[in-house]
Design a protein around this ligand. Structure first.
Ligand code: SF4
Ligand code: SF4
Length: 292
């Protein structure tokens, strides 16, 4: 598969120094998420964005949204104190690509820290439209949350999708989102970006479908596949999340198709430090339950 092809030295660095792309890197290198992206352009049935909650530690929840200049100040502080931080990521609390502040932040960081690995996570709706801009700012690690490759499954997961000033519902919304996600992933792989797929494991909704997603994205040449157990909230608040054993079994079912990421910590949109050892409890990855 494309994912096993040899990588050039720069791409290898983007794997070996990124704690979510290399299980070994998580012990040596950290990441700094900056929460500059509050708005979202879709509604997942498992997501409640709540910017004021300081006590919850789940993806997408962050106590304070930063402006791009403030994000740069934060990064200045962090890289000065924590030399092991190699990655700056934008993962929410909404969809990074739906917020112009994301691109201004990327521009500022890329200009000041050209060697920093820049990383975003997205629901993928705007990926085809924004990929050239991402490339311009040196973003080469991209996570797409892909919960279905069949719109019949997708329509159970999304309430609406907003695109081009229009709101779509039901099957139409799921089809639109899926077509953009697949086109964006294809384009990113073509540009030799490292694409990670996040799939939220929602028992009774997409569980039987997850190995098919893995098969499809593996064949497309994505780098790795992260299964995120559902955090039951909003319309899925009564769904029982998968157990660790069920998650491990799902990884086994998907492993023949694509490299598995098994060490996701479901970080917040403002996480800073090594995975699982964040320096503050206010420091996501989109999925609100979905990692970057
Ligand atoms: Fe938007 Fe992410 Fe929430 Fe879905 S999980 S509604 S993509 S912020
Ligand atoms: Fe990495 Fe998962 Fe944390 Fe995202 S949520 S930064 S994928 S460990």
């Amino acid at each position: 598969p494309a994912q096993d092809l040899p990588y050039d030295p720069e791409t290898l660095r983007r794997i070996n120094e990124h704690p979510c792309y290399s299980p070994e890197a998580r012990h040596s290198f950290g990441r700094c998420h900056v929460a500059v992206a509050p708005k979202c352009n879709i509604q997942c049935n498992y997501c409640v964005r709540d910017f004021d909650c300081v006590n919850e530690s789940r993806p997408g929840v962050t106590s304070m949204v930063l402006q791009p200049g403030e994000a740069l100040e934060r990064i200045d502080e962090v890289v000065d104190k924590m030399k092991h931080i190699k990655v700056v990521g934008i993962a929410g609390p909404g969809d990074p690509l739906a917020n112009p502040e994301t691109f201004e932040t990327l521009r500022l960081v890329h200009e000041k820290y050209p060697d920093t690995i820049l990383c975003i996570s997205t629901n993928g709706l705007l990926l085809p439209d924004k990929i050239d801009e991402l490339e311009k700012y040196g973003v080469r690690n991209i996570t797409v949350t892909l919960n279905a490759i069949d719109p019949a499954v997708g329509e159970k997961i999304y309430t609406f999708v907003e695109y081009g000033g229009k709101k779509y519902h039901g099957r139409e919304a799921a089809e639109l989102l899926l077509s953009h996600q697949l086109a964006g992933i294809e384009e990113a792989v073509k540009k030799k970006m490292l694409v990670k797929i996040n799939t939220v494991y929602i028992p009774g909704v997409n569980d039987a479908h997850i190995p098919e997603i893995a098969k499809k994205v593996g064949a497309m040449g994505v780098f790795n596949f992260n299964i995120i157990p559902l955090i039951p909230q909003y319309k899925f608040k009564d769904v029982t999340p998968p157990t660790p054993a069920e998650k491990a079994h799902m990884h086994e079912l998907c492993a023949p198709y694509v490299r598995q990421m098994r060490h996701c910590q479901r970080c917040r949109a403002d996480a800073v430090g090594m995975l699982g050892k964040d320096v503050q409890n206010e420091f996501g990855c989109c999925g609100k339950g979905d990692g970057s």
